[in-house]
Design a protein around this ligand. Structure first.
Ligand SMILES: *Cc1c(COP(=O)(O)O)cnc(C)c1O
Length: 456
């Protein structure tokens, strides 16, 4: 049985430690990232001893938690400009806590009627935003699984017998080289193999160029994948043009909106997804721009039934009736977390408007970074950003070296990516605390760390 008194005490410790952690992170007075060697961390946290002997108490737990938090990566830090992972908002954090205590794996309705209904309504809202009023959807543990799920639905559409007979050898997936790697992984997982991913032509920045698409003969395309937006650059494909090309040829149109679908909530940015209503399927990660913790991703399909067909030959559609419903027929997962609650609580707290304003604010901050960098000599920016992702170079120095220096100092945490064969630094503005001051400071730091003879 739970010792409810001990739980209450430990929970209070957790809240006060996390509050202090978030506060000092937001102020930016501590290193954004620390990477001490694992052996040192294991010793500091007394891992081996605690695993062997147990015995953690409210007091020693506080010491442990404090040390644990101080050795991690701080996503609430304004200098966190790295991977596309949310700086989570607290309502979503509460949902994780609630799930941890209640554990209602609600893929079947009887295992969590409230959580299942919350997911259903969140999905209904997402379908409305995507312009799929008669559609269906489900939440999965992440965008990679969501892409696989959508492509399984596409396969069922192209080859209904594949579920029982295996994947026919003439099936292919059409995608640009800039597509997220989970797309080509899905091809292998589905038994098509990497060679079945036909690379579509793009411009220099990896955007699909529909006017140069080849006509496909001798192969049956399961789906064409477009990005909204591409992971590397944050740039959007022209969904209307690509979607029309697919319509004209009766090819399933899949939009990978893992990062960028949240722009649907910002009136000033919604146009980036113009044409998404032509899609047969769309994925949308809430743990990127809707500020939930990892993971919570939606798979949305335009036609009711398309998703149920992904995992069985004789699909029976899910209707929201008096007897409840089971989402288990739509997912790879069997047991599944209460993912809808994270998205719901952020929505319930901030409103659709609040989340849309957040997206607009971070996109504006990234654009601001682009403007500030462009004004400085030596900075090269290959494109104007459309989202909160910006790629750039400074002089001729090795961007990887600069990035590692900043991480070792704990001053900034960025990523890097190859664009047109050249390594670029990459900033993703995920954090509501990041403002002009931090962005200017980042540019100063990069200049300072670059040897003078390589600054041009
Ligand atoms: C992040 C991302 C994914 C993968 O999502 P995960 O939730 O990390 O599995 C897929 N596609 C795009 C475009 C992404 O940006």
């Amino acid at each position: 049985m739970w010792d409810v008194e001990a739980f209450t005490k430990a929970a209070a410790v957790t809240v006060s430690e996390l509050a202090a952690y978030v506060e000092e992170s937001q102020r930016g007075e501590v290193p954004v990232v620390r990477q001490r060697p694992p052996a040192e961390i294991a010793e500091k946290l007394r891992l081996a001893e605690l695993i062997r002997e147990g015995g953690l108490s409210a007091e020693t737990y506080q010491d442990f938690l404090h040390a644990f938090l101080s050795e991690g990566t701080r996503l609430h830090h304004p200098a966190y400009l790295a991977h596309q992972v949310a700086s989570p908002d607290f309502p979503a954090a509460l949902a994780d806590f609630i799930h941890g205590a209640t554990n209602n794996p609600m893929a079947i309705y009887e295992m969590g009627a409230a959580a299942a209904t919350v997911e259903f309504e969140v999905i209904r809202w997402m379908l409305e935003k995507a312009g799929f009023p008669g559609g269906a959807g489900v939440l999965t543990h992440g965008g990679s699984l969501a892409n696989l799920t959508a492509l399984l639905a596409a396969r069922a559409h192209a080859a209904p017998d594949a579920w029982t007979d295996g994947t026919p050898a003439d099936l292919v997936i059409l995608a640009p080289p800039s597509a997220h790697y989970s797309v080509s992984r899905a091809a292998s997982i589905m038994g098509l193999g990497q060679k079945a991913v036909v690379e579509l032509p793009t411009d220099d920045l990896g955007r699909l160029t529909v006017e140069r698409f080849p006509e496909i003969s001798g192969k049956r395309p399961i789906a064409l994948v477009a990005s909204a937006c591409a992971t590397g650059t944050g740039l959007h494909d022209d969904l209307r043009a690509v979607g029309q090309w697919c319509r004209d040829r009766d090819i399933w149109f899949h939009v990978d909106g893992a990062h960028g679908a949240s722009a649907l909530l910002s009136p000033a940015h919604r146009h980036l997804l113009d044409g998404v209503g032509l899609a047969d399927s769309l994925i949308w990660d809430a743990h990127k721009m809707l500020r939930t913790s990892s993971l919570a991703a939606a798979v949305l399909v335009r036609r009711e039934g398309a998703l149920d067909a992904a995992f069985q030959q004789d699909a029976s559609y899910i209707f929201y009736g008096d007897q409840g419903f089971d989402l288990i027929g739509r997912t790879v997962e069997c047991t599944k977390a209460e993912l809808g609650l994270k998205i719901f609580l952020n929505l319930a707290w901030r409103g659709e408007r609040g989340l849309g304003d957040f997206v607009a604010g971070r996109y504006a901050a990234a654009h601001r970074f682009w403007e500030l960098a462009r004004r400085r000599p030596g900075f090269a920016l290959p494109y104007e950003p459309e989202s909160n992702i910006v790629c750039f170079r400074y002089g001729t120095a090795d961007p990887a070296g600069i990035r590692e220096r900043m991480m070792a100092d704990g001053t900034f945490y960025l990523t890097s990516t190859i664009l047109n064969g050249i390594r670029h630094l990459r900033v993703t503005v995920m954090n509501p605390a990041t403002d002009d001051t931090h962005l200017e400071h980042l540019l100063d730091e990069i200049t300072r760390l670059t040897p003078p003879d390589t600054r041009r």
